[in-house]
Design a protein around this ligand. Structure first.
Ligand code: S3P
Length: 176
C-alpha cells in the first residue's frame, strides 16, 4: 500500500472480469480508462491473439512493459491489464507504483466456464485447455497475491455488485 499513484489498477486471471469492471468503473467515476491489451492492439494494428500468433508471447510481454511505462498515475484513472502481466517482476513493480491494485478473483470452475464461452484467449488454445488453465493459475496466483492491495471474489457477484464493492473499498484514503 501507499505507492503514491492515483490509479485503480485491475489485475487477475483471464475471465475474472477485469475488462467489464474497468468499463463500469470508468462510467461511475468519470476517470479515464486505459487497457493494456487495447493499447497494444492499437499500437500494432492487430488483435491480441494475432500478436501472439505472429510475434509470440515474449514480444507481447515486451509490449506490455512499454504500455505500463507509458501510463501516467499522477491523476486518477482506471487501468485494466491482461492476465499474464504479473509474470515479469518489473511489471509487478510498475503496477504497484501506479496506484491501488485490485485483484479480481474467481474460483477455477467459474473462470473455466466464463472462458469457455469465448475463443479469444491464445494461451488456452491447447488440446486440454482445462489442464493448461490449471498450470497457468498455479504459477500466477501467488504473483497476483504479491501485489494486491484489495481482493474481490467475483464468482458469486453481479458486475454491478463487484463495481460497488470496489468503489466502497477504495473510497477510504490509502495510508502510507
Ligand atoms: C493473457 C491474458 C489476456 C491477454 C493475452 C494474454 C494471459 O488478457 O493479455 O491473451 O497471459 O493471461 P485477459 O486477462 O483480459 O484475457
Amino acid at each position: 500500500m501507499g505507492h503514491g499513484g492515483q490509479a485503480i489498477v485491475l489485475i487477475g486471471f483471464m475471465g475474472a472480469g477485469k475488462s467489464s469492471l474497468g468499463r463500469r468503473l470508468e462510467k461511475s467515476t468519470g476517470f479515464p480508462r486505459f487497457d493494456t491489451d487495447e493499447m497494444i492492439a492499437a499500437k500494432f494494428g492487430l488483435s491480441v491473439p494475432r500478436i501472439f500468433e505472429v510475434h509470440g508471447e515474449d514480444f507481447f510481454r515486451d509490449a506490455e512493459s512499454e504500455a505500463l511505462r507509458q501510463l501516467d498515475s499522477s491523476a486518477p484513472s482506471i487501468i485494466v491489464t491482461g492476465g499474464g502481466i504479473v509474470l515479469r517482476t518489473t511489471h509487478r513493480e510498475l503496477l504497484r507504483q501506479l496506484g491501488t491494485v485490485v485483484y479480481l478473483q474467481a474460483d477455477e470452475a467459474t473462470l473455466f466456464e466464463r472462458l469457455s464461452r469465448k475463443a479469444s484467449r491464445p494461451l488456452l488454445r491447447t488440446d486440454d485447455p482445462r489442464a493448461t488453465m490449471k498450470q497457468l493459475l498455479e504459477r500466477r496466483l501467488p504473483l497476483y497475491e504479491e501485489i494486491a492491495d484489495l481482493r474481490v471474489d467475483t464468482s458469486q457477484l453481479s458486475h454491478d455488485e463487484v463495481c460497488d464493492l470496489v468503489l466502497q473499498n477504495i473510497a477510504a484514503p490509502k495510508h502510507d
